[in-house]
Write a protein that binds this ligand. Structure first.
Ligand code: ADE
Length: 241
């Protein structure tokens, strides 16, 4: 999978791309992430990428010129690297579709994504009209730019790529990945730590009992922390009948 990132701050991605699962996926050839600084496509001598809004008002608006030129360069570079057609374009904005595991599942199947990170008060509306991106929000709060949301998106996609996680089922057993339940408690060595013991059932060697206990714990945890998810499961049962 190829992901191009259009940003004013490519340096923010350096550590992110060099560590953890994203580094592993890149080194295995499962993922190619290329950052592009759209300031490089500014045409005036100040290298402007934003300007005051027509009609007045606070803040600055990202201009069409540098963003469209950067997009064209991304398409050309992707095709030169063997991609076909056009990338699926994503724009990170608090106004977008809320990111969840279903959306990650959809997006990880795309061969080529182009991710546009915004700043300032917003984008010139013609960027939306001309590029028709899928707008994605990582939650109902406003961050100073789309870079951190882009990293959230890329991390969530990367761990779904076949072969990225050490354990083939790793991504599938996590909370949200296999239904509406949160993941229950996990333990590792030592068996006793500061008088806190690992539940006996996990040491019993009885796989059926372990599976039942885990399911029960997942239900209890979901009930305590996210009862809305159990409601959603009931609704689904209702609608499928
Ligand atoms: N840019 C600023 N805030 C954002 C958010 N919550 N989600 C996606 N992009 C953003």
């Amino acid at each position: 999978m190829r992901i191009d990132v259009l940003t004013l701050f490519p340096g923010m991605f350096e550590g992110f791309l060099e560590e953890g699962i994203v580094r592993v996926a890149r080194s295995k050839g499962l993922l190619d992430v290329v950052t592009h600084d759209f300031r490089a496509f500014a045409t005036d001598k100040h290298r402007s990428v934003d300007d005051r809004p027509y009609g007045g008002g606070p803040g600055m608006v990202l201009m069409c010129g540098p963003v469209f030129a950067c997009d064209e360069s991304v398409v050309a570079a992707g095709r030169a690297a063997g991609q076909e057609g056009e990338p699926k374009r994503i724009m990170l904005t608090p106004q977008g579709r809320r990111l969840d595991q279903d959306l990650l599942e959809e997006l990880h199947q795309e061969p080529w994504l182009s991710v546009l990170c915004g700043h300032y008060e917003g984008f010139d509306e013609r960027i939306r009209e001309g590029l028709e991106p899928l707008e994605v929000s990582i939650g109902d709060y406003v961050l100073s730019g789309g870079e951190v949301p882009a990293m959230v998106l890329i991390d969530g996609i990367t761990r779904l790529l076949p072969g990225a996680l050490g354990h083939p089922d790793g991504a599938r057993s996590d909370s949200f990945a296999c239904g509406p339940l949160l993941e229950g408690p996990q333990y590792t060595r030592p068996r006793v730590f500061r008088d806190m013991e690992v539940p006996a059932v996990l040491l019993s060697g009885d796989h059926g009992a372990v599976a039942r206990w885990r399911h029960e714990q997942a239900e209890l945890r979901t009930q305590a922390r996210r009862p809305d998810l159990l409601g959603r499961a009931d609704e689904n049962e209702h609608t499928s009948q």
